[in-house]
Ligand binder design. Structure first.
Ligand SMILES: Nc1ncnc2c1ncn2[C@@H]1O[C@H](COP(=O)(O)OP(=O)(O)OP(=O)(O)O)[C@@H](O)[C@H]1O
Ligand SMILES: [Mg+2]
Length: 449
């Protein structure tokens, strides 16, 4: 933290500086208003301590200039006694605080800490906003393949309508990302985007979470809470894992969609809502309808337009583009400058089948960026199962089966040799007794009578 002290009385400026240096701050002193403005505009400071009475200009003039240069930096005024009225004025104009002389150092320190907290919070929010903006921006949505071009064109047409949309696709194919992009491309973009993961909520809470609850509507409802429908009004409600919605809530959801109003739990009032629903699922909802697990009428209400996201293995030509996006994202996050991949690493990633789809690819790249020591991600930075996909699947199970058979034979042999004395057999095998017992159990080894 860098602090600028604008104060013409040398001894008190020096005393302040000593004190703040001692607390670990970096401190600069300016002896006049002009010098303060000059320093402030040519360097960066986090906090300013500004004396009201300066030889060349009044404090509020200096303050105005500082605001023009950088309005985000908190300014603490130091006024002589009897200037309260003016001080109140600058507070109104956005100064952080004012203190009267003589300065209580501990009080000042307390104020600076408070200002610091504010600064840190704001920075966090900014970083968060940037990441969210970056992550869900159109430019970072990779859709180079013919398959994804079709998806995108359907999504953009759907975005312009008010129709409810169902996004289907395996886990990690980008359902939530697409939902946000649709929201951003819709005329509701200025409204909220509210996501609810139905799989993450206990069944008993889903209803109040969606539709809200009056204080005392159920045990634990200590205050009136708005439902997600109400919060999303004017925007988009994203119902993730819609297949997990219990039958009792299905009926209510259907009615809400039809009536366009909600009735919070324990309330006699109904509330008008204006929400577009985008739901997502990685299960086969139509099949659930056929099997009576999901209401057909609700299915049709939610699924006015269906958008299916194909698995990554069906659009492998997008892998290099996705890698580029993720490399940039995680190089930045890890303050590294990874330039690319070696040819072997790229070929390996092109061959892999990605059961976890894009999320899995993203994790692989994040991990590799963290691990790599050089400018290029190499084979050694990829997880074992990605490098050796043949150990998965059929070949793997054949090998594993052979190993099991061999192990079984050897353990049986040791047991026979020792007359089924398990501690002696374990000793000869170099295993602990409990390991031996565990292996016997998993291999199905029992003593025949
Ligand atoms: N087309 C794409 N371009 C760039 N990044 C993508 C794309 N699709 C998905 N991603 C990224 O992949 C990750 C997984 O996406 P998302 O969370 O949207 O998937 P999902 O289908 O909702 O997964 P799950 O079913 O597991 O919840 C996210 O980090 C997302 O940013
Ligand atoms: Mg998701």
């Amino acid at each position: 933290m860098r602090i600028l002290i604008i104060e013409d009385e040398k001894p008190s400026a020096e005393a302040l500086r000593e004190f703040l240096l001692d607390k670990g701050y970096e401190v600069e002193i300016a002896g006049s208003g002009a010098e303060g403005i000059e320093k402030f505009s040519s360097s960066t400071f986090d906090i300013v301590l500004l004396d009201w009475k300066l030889p060349d200009m009044e404090g509020d003039r200096v303050f105005e200039r500082l605001r023009e240069i950088n309005p985000a930096v908190p300014v603490i005024f130091i006024t002589a006694y009897g200037m309260i009225e003016r001080a109140v004025n600058v507070l109104r104009k956005g100064a952080f605080y004012y203190m009267t002389k003589p300065i209580e150092l501990e009080e000042l320190l307390h104020l600076i800490k408070e200002a610091e907290e504010k600064i840190n919070l704001r920075r966090e929010v900014e970083v968060l906003r940037e990441t969210v903006k970056e992550k869900f921006s159109f430019e970072n949505f990779v859709a180079n393949s013919g398959l994804m071009q079709d998806v995108l064109s359907l999504a953009m047409r759907a975005a312009k309508s008010n129709a409810n949309i169902l996004i289907t696709g395996e886990s990690g194919t980008g359902k939530e990302m697409l939902a946000r992009i649709i929201h951003n491309a819709s005329y509701r973009a200025q409204g909220p985007f509210v996501a609810v993961n139905l799989a993450a909520l206990p069944e008993t809470l889903i209803e109040s979470e969606l539709f809200g609850a009056e204080k005392g509507a159920y045990t634990g409802a200590d205050r009136t809470r708005p439902g997600k429908f109400q919060i999303a009004s004017g925007g988009t409600l994203f119902l993730d894992e819609i297949s997990e919605i219990p039958p009792s809530v299905q009926v209510k959801l259907l009615r809400v969609i039809q009536e366009k109003e909600i009735q919070p739990l324990g309330s006699a009032k109904t509330i008008k809502i204006d929400v577009r629903i985008i739901s997502a699922t990685n299960r086969d909802l139509r099949k659930m309808v056929d099997e009576g697990e999901f209401r057909q009428d609700l299915y049709y209400r939610l699924n006015v337009i269906e958008i299916h996201l194909p698995p990554l293995r069906k659009r492998k030509e997008e892998i290099p583009y996705l890698i580029e996006v993720f490399l940039k994202r995680y190089s930045k996050a890890n303050k590294k400058q990874v330039k690319g991949l070696t040819r072997e690493a790229m070929e390996t990633l092109m061959r892999y089948h990605y059961p976890g789809n894009i999320r899995e690819l993203e994790n692989i790249i994040e991990r590799a960026v963290v691990l790599t020591r050089g400018d290029y991600i190499g084979l050694e930075d990829l997880p074992f199962h990605v490098r050796n996909p043949e150990t998965k699947g059929r070949k793997a199970s054949a090998l594993a089966e052979r190993l099991r058979q061999e192990e079984r034979k050897i353990i049986l042999e040791a047991l026979e040799e020792t007359g089924w004395n398990q501690s002696e057999a374990a000793r000869r095998l170099g295993l602990s007794e409990s390991t031996l017992r565990y292996r016997m159990k998993t291999l199905g080894i029992k003593r025949k009578n």
